[in-house]
Design a protein around this ligand. Sequence first.
Ligand SMILES: Cc1cc2nc3c(=O)[nH]c(=O)nc-3n(C[C@H](O)[C@H](O)[C@H](O)COP(=O)(O)O)c2cc1C
Ligand SMILES: [Mn+2]
Length: 490
Amino acid sequence: MNFRAFIRLLEKQGDLVRINVPVDPDLEAGAITRRVYETRQSAPLFESLLNSNGFRILGAPAGMRSVPGREYSRVAAHFGLPETATPREILEKITRASCATPLDPVCLPTGPCKENIRKGADVDLTLFPVPRLHAEDGGKYFGTYGMHVVQSPDGQWDSWSVGRLMLRNKNTLVGPAMPQQHVGMIRDMWARQGLNTPWAMALGVPPAALAVAGMPLPAGVSEPGYVGALTGTPVEVVRCETSGLYVPASAEIIVEGEISFDEKAPEGPMGEYHGYSFPEGKSQPVFHVHAVTWRNQAILPVCVAGLPPEENHTIWGTMMSAQALSLMKENAMPVDMAWCSYEAASCWIVFSIDTQKLAKMKTTAEAFSHQIAHIFFRSHVGWLIPKVILVGNDIDITRIDQVVWAMATRSHPERDYFTYPSLPGIPLVPYLNPEEKQQGESVKSIVSCLFPEEFQGSHRARPASFSHSYPASVQSCVTENWSAYGFSDR
Ligand SMILES: Cc1cc2nc3c(=O)[nH]c(=O)nc-3n(C[C@H](O)[C@H](O)[C@H](O)COP(=O)(O)O)c2cc1C
Ligand SMILES: [Mn+2]
């Protein structure tokens, strides 16, 4: 529940590299962080950035690790789970909170995020080492791992959400606020009254808060209460200097201001979650900054978006998986696990189907897929994901090799591929054409990798493998004698 404690934990786990040689926030820090993701190394803490005024940067806050059995440890640390936690254990912890009572934040008189305060004409965002992350980006990105804090005009809905923000000048930022995302939805509520939206961005927040801010909970559900339910502790918050919004007290940096209801400016392009950088930027809402507060030697957390795995896959993908799993369970669908394969760059989700329960439904691949499509694609989480893959629960859907095997060997090219035209969806998906992006609508798909027999509770064939093809006695004999045969441990 505290960003500095999270960094200490990574260090204790041997998963942090303190970089004390001078590093340029212009491209060099981004390039190092990219290489860290792609080689699955420890998170870099840049402590001697050029022209940094003592500010620091943490890269790859939720990158994957290469240590066997600990691949997910940095994600697990966001939720206070052990280094060895599996994706299934991580989802169990996140989804349990959906049935729990929300635990509202507690308000403190002050907190570390108020150690330094600059207001009005003294605001200067260029004091911070705002990194240029990819050479093709349209600017420097201040917010890639922070959360927007906004509230509906009636005060009933507190929304925390992760969204990017580009530096525009010393007191304005610019970034997307799509009307389907809650920051955009709330901005529209204020704009309808001709008002700017009171807004803050909090960076270096409790890791569980950041993760929930990246979770597509339904509209009207306040993320702060969900974070409390998830961690079992209320989030400690403090009041903003210039508005009635509340932000995490221990945050590294708080930027306060308003989202303009009408003013727009060019933003982007930026290397994005799907793994590409498109040549054009877009016109996006301007965020005016009226105050900035920060901890001493503040640390700016940074996601360098692009090829998986980075935080858009490890955090966003995990949180979408959790929300989709809760949604399927609420609708009594026989789904026992959901997983946005990190390798698929948050563009598909795999559902693990409990085939015993499936057989009781007396359904078919077509009818079952239509049922899933109806529930999923119209939901807030389903708006974000264009493709669904259904797989029997003999497959571990968090293992991409097993998912590929099931897709290749179990889906009939004619009978198991279903498409659903004219559905609303996130316009950032790379294969969409300009018209589809413009309309915000396109075709979505479901691939059923369920054998016809699985709808009747039987199996066509058994996997031919070590764990399926030998009696238990032979398996244990082989494992026990493994090194005696002359093999290494694994
Ligand atoms: C590292 C990271 C970066 C993200 N960047 C954006 C972004 O720039 N724009 C966006 O709409 N969503 C972005 N997301 C996804 C949203 O945070 C996510 O869809 C979340 O559900 C939005 O909150 P909401 O459901 O309250 O609208 C990002 C998520 C993560 C984890
Ligand atoms: Mn929300």
